[in-house]
Design a protein around this ligand. Structure first.
Ligand code: ZN
Length: 362
């Protein structure tokens, strides 16, 4: 089977560039080498993502994030102490994406015409053996909406290309409550969702705590996806979706991207002592989560990939058989071994999210 195009629905590329100081034009090996001896973050020297590795893995399109959290003064969770600081951080991240466009490394995809243009260009480039130089397409998305100071900022962000928003991340948020927090979305959350609906911004249901999840789905009538979210039936934790949540998303014609963070792939991961090797975490568990979503859906039209492979972890907390993001190309064979047709596999690798975007932007 020819290597399928992969759409990765969740990468934190600009966060890696600006907070980890990673020049993603370097190879993964070069980035690792540059971090030798650094101990400021657990994933130093273990990164798996670079533009070169994405191209080798045919990850020709992704949803790439802006991300900045607001926290109160006494919060145990790290973050900015004002929404304005968070806004400025996300504007810096946008500046990096634009610089990568100027450098010919990336191209923003914000409407249906740009999507078709990019897919054509990517296919042409790979057909001519020039894939090594093709720009990677990105849909700009916001992980946690705290940086949206006012609804006018959301409209400004939309004009900058923002096309998907996850209202919350970890902990309590300005507009909704995220992973490990509790509670609903309140008037501010409802107002944000109304403005997202008016602008036709995709709701990313990822990271919403249960109460906020159900309130968001109730309040929002626009397109919904979950960029990087696994299954509670396999790993019991609020960060994962229950079958009931998966069913509600599938009813809305959502696509759920399966994430590769080891603690979300196997139960009872203990940070610091569990390793991918001693817990036997491999792409097989990624396939388990994909398969679970497909079993709940009754088809292969609602599962996708949202690897999160550069989401503040690296090889120390990813599948043992993933050295770089290029290894996403080993997912197709695993699905084939479980009886998935080549058409199903193409759907999971990119077709489902592409169908979703075409529908959202028609
Ligand atoms: Zn996340």
């Amino acid at each position: 089977m020819a290597q399928p195009l992969i759409l990765d629905a969740h990468l934190d590329l600009s966060m890696n560039a600006l907070e980890w100081n990673r020049d993603l034009r370097w190879t993964v090996a070069e980035i690792r080498e540059s971090e030798r001896g650094m101990t400021d973050r657990p994933d130093r020297g273990n990164g798996t993502v670079s533009f070169d590795a994405m191209r080798r893995g045919r990850v020709g399109i992704c949803a790439a994030t802006q991300i900045a959290r607001f926290v109160r003064r006494d919060s145990p969770i790290p973050g900015w102490h004002s929404q304005e600081q968070a806004w400025a951080q996300t504007q810096g991240q946008l500046a990096w994406y634009l610089a990568m466009e100027e450098a010919g490394e990336m191209v923003q995809i914000a409407d249906a015409a740009a999507l078709e243009r990019h897919l054509e260009h990517w296919e042409d480039a790979s057909g001519n053996g020039h894939e090594a130089h093709a720009p990677i397409g990105y849909v700009l998305s916001l992980e946690g909406a705290d940086s949206i100071v006012t609804l006018h900022h959301l409209e400004r962000a939309y004009r900058q290309g923002l096309r998907a928003v996850g209202p919350a991340h970890y902990g309590p948020g300005v507009y909704a409550q995220g992973t490990n927090a509790t509670g609903g979305i309140g008037d501010k959350g409802r107002a944000l969702l109304r403005e997202m609906e008016r602008l036709n911004i995709i709701l990313d249901a990822t990271h919403l705590c249960d109460e906020s999840f159900w309130e968001c789905l109730d309040a929002f009538r626009g397109p919904v996806w979950a960029s990087h979210n696994n299954c509670r039936a396999l790993v019991f934790h609020g960060r994962q979706f229950s079958d009931e949540q998966l069913e509600a998303l599938i009813d809305r014609d959502a696509v759920v991207g399966v994430a590769f963070d080891a603690w979300m792939l196997v139960p009872d991961w203990v940070r610091g002592s569990s390793t991918p090797q001693n817990r036997g975490v491999t792409l097989a568990q990624v396939a388990d989560h994909i398969d679970h979503i497909c079993q709940v859906a009754g088809d292969a039209l609602h599962a996708g990939i949202g690897s999160d492979l550069d989401g503040a972890f690296g090889t120390e907390q990813g599948p043992a058989d993933v050295d770089t993001i290029a290894d996403l190309q080993n997912v197709p064979a695993l699905l084939a071994a479980r009886g998935y047709s080549s058409q199903d596999i193409e759907h999971v690798c990119s077709g489902n999210f592409l169908r979703f975007l075409r529908k959202a932007w028609n």
